[in-house]
Write a protein that binds this ligand. Sequence first.
Ligand SMILES: Cc1ncc(C[n+]2csc(CCOP(=O)(O)OP(=O)(O)O)c2C)c(N)n1
Length: 254
Amino acid sequence: MKPLDEMVERGQARKVYSRPRALHSTRTHYCPGCGHGVIHRMLCEVIDELGIQETTIGVSPVGCAVFAFNYINVDFTDALHGRAPAVATGIKRSHPDKVVFTYQGDGDLAAIGLGEIVHAASRGEKITTLFVNNANYGMTGGQMAPTTLPGQRTTTSPHGRDPEVCGYPLRMAELLATIEGVNFLTREALDIPARVISAKKAIKTAFAEQLAGKGFNLVEILSPCASGWGMTPLKAREWLREKMIPQFPLGRFK
Ligand SMILES: Cc1ncc(C[n+]2csc(CCOP(=O)(O)OP(=O)(O)O)c2C)c(N)n1
């Protein structure tokens, strides 16, 4: 037993923080200031609280979270870029007793996988999707995504995204909110602790709704990408609050 655990045992210390059971004890490959680690932790807390570790199956496509299976201790499969909703559909329909989620970036969900998510939503699939919107393609080096803000510099828009040439950002929550098959839909952000707490509540609801037999359920989370944005972790959180939230208003859509 570790010294601290012994002190807790003897009543000399109180444990206020510990690693969720569903979160592997290992280092992640994420950059400093990245939101994926925070979201993994919240997800694992929810899995613990709902007691669904043994029955949950995750699907992650490519993107920075391609190795999510190394961190989240549930059954997992990878999907091709953008195809997680189709893979999750197959798993959930053949195993309706399982809790199935996809974990997708904005390049994945709003670009190459746009059709997949729209049709999974329209079919009202009884799955849960965590949509991590960091306004760029993080894994491949910070290229422009459908969610990149007007004027935002990326490696493929070095002078800033020009809507005349590259169009306007897609607001996925607003777009999906028009679809009848959607059951639960919210947009959250990771800039300040109060919003992190709100995001966790939303993730819990999105899983609880699936457990109640309802779908489609999606939580969009505005998440900082300090490396891709070329900022310090602190500056990235400020930029998220000042620039991203006005573009992508927070709140419950359905
Ligand atoms: C079919 C296919 N096209 C392109 C790629 C290259 N690729 C890998 S990840 C990625 C974008 C990831 O961005 P996002 O989904 O926003 O996730 P993030 O890395 O920012 O978390 C791309 C284009 C690929 N692996 N497969």
